[in-house]
Design a protein around this ligand. Structure first.
Ligand code: UDP
Length: 247
């Protein structure tokens, strides 16, 4: 067991993470698993070391956001694969922000792959694998009692702050932030905090100089070998953290 870490009762387990109670009632502990999934969980594999890489990358990106003044749930990274985070009530919504047209957007709208999206596009999707995560507008959000109109505006504002901070950070590493997904939760006072994880599983990241080179889960979605996928996560770790992986 990792030093100084006391895992409480398991609260929830998802496809790539387990949530545990902590000794502090205002915090929970996230364990990043080595599982990788795509297509609403239909494609599933295990890549040893992936949980560590994604956890360390998430910690780094949450630090970048905190430094930029974006409210997040992040408290502390406990290597190799645990985050101590503020306890929030998660909104079951995926918030996607797009700078360049890619992925599912191409199937839904008359846009071409690689088209710049200026201003960036922010979209909401209900987290529901059986319904294939349907898109939500502000009226659906209110009808489903997920968030009222003002809260939808607030979530969009936070998402665009995340975009600005991450775009700048990735650019400093020679990486283009094409799009990403975040999730938010409400803390005890109802304030939205950027929560969950942010890493190569939840972003599209393209090399600035080498056309076609990518550093994200699309390698897995498009059928790359597990070794190729692992190499992509290792490369992303090295670019963002600036050192060799330790575990
Ligand atoms: N994304 C995610 N989880 C999902 C769906 C999408 O993290 O369940 C991320 C994805 O990695 C990409 C962005 O959200 O960076 C936009 O994804 P898109 O809607 O294009 O769907 P995809 O083609 O990735 O399924």
């Amino acid at each position: 067991m990792t030093e100084n870490l006391v895992l409480g009762k398991k609260i929830a387990e998802g496809k790539t993470k387990i949530v545990y109670e902590s000794t502090n009632a205002n915090e929970v502990i996230l364990e990043f698993k080595d599982d990788i999934t795509a297509g609403d969980g239909l494609k599933h594999d295990v890549i040893p070391g992936k949980g560590y890489l994604n956890c360390a990358i998430s910690a780094k990106l949450f630090e970048v956001l905190e430094s930029a003044g974006v409210p997040t749930h992040f408290i502390k990274y406990i290597p190799p694969n645990y985050l101590i985070v503020r306890k929030v009530t998660m909104l079951p919504v995926e918030i996607v922000c797009r700078n360049i047209a890619a992925g599912h957007l191409l199937q839904r709208f008359p846009v071409k792959a690689g088209d710049p999206l200026n201003p960036p596009l922010v979209e909401f999707f209900l987290k529901d694998d059986e319904l294939h995560d349907p898109m939500l507008n502000d009226m659906h959000m209110a009808y489903l009692k997920l968030a009222n109109r003002d809260e939808c505006d607030e979530i969009r504002k936070i998402t665009l702050q995340v975009n600005d901070a991450l775009k700048e950070f990735f650019a400093s590493k020679g990486i283009i932030l094409v799009d990403f997904k975040i999730e938010v939760g409400r803390d005890g006072s109802g304030r939205f905090l950027v929560s969950d994880e942010i890493n190569g599983d939840s972003c599209r990241l393209w090399a600035e100089t080498e056309k076609g080179k990518i550093f994200d889960k699309d390698v897995y979605r498009k059928g790359g070998s597990l070794e190729e996928v692992k190499n992509v996560y290792v490369t992303l770790y090295k670019k963002l953290i600036g050192q060799e992986p330790k575990y």
